[in-house]
Design a protein. Sequence first.
Length: 116
Amino acid sequence: MVMDWNHYHKEIGARVGDLAKLSPDTVKGYQTLSAANSKTSKLGEKTRQLISLAVAVTTRCDGCIVFHTEAALQAGATREEIAEALGVAVSMNAGAALIYSARVLDAVEAKSAAHA
């Protein structure tokens, strides 16, 4: 195992608790955002957690990974479903890199013209 995710989960939870004591409004605001749309059941909890895992990967958030992995499993997600969601994240990252590479070329063109 690359990381002790269970130990990390406890550590990050404690640190978030520390932040909640120092800045309760920040944590309350996050909790409000996190709960947004969770009661509509349009997507269902499993799909919400699979999306959350894909976003966690694209934003490189270990804390998000550990919390949403547990939530996805509790919502009934299988390893195969999680892997498929991660495949979408990988394709989006590659797609984003492709699109932003085109933007870099556009910036190079604009900056080169400005220096000519």
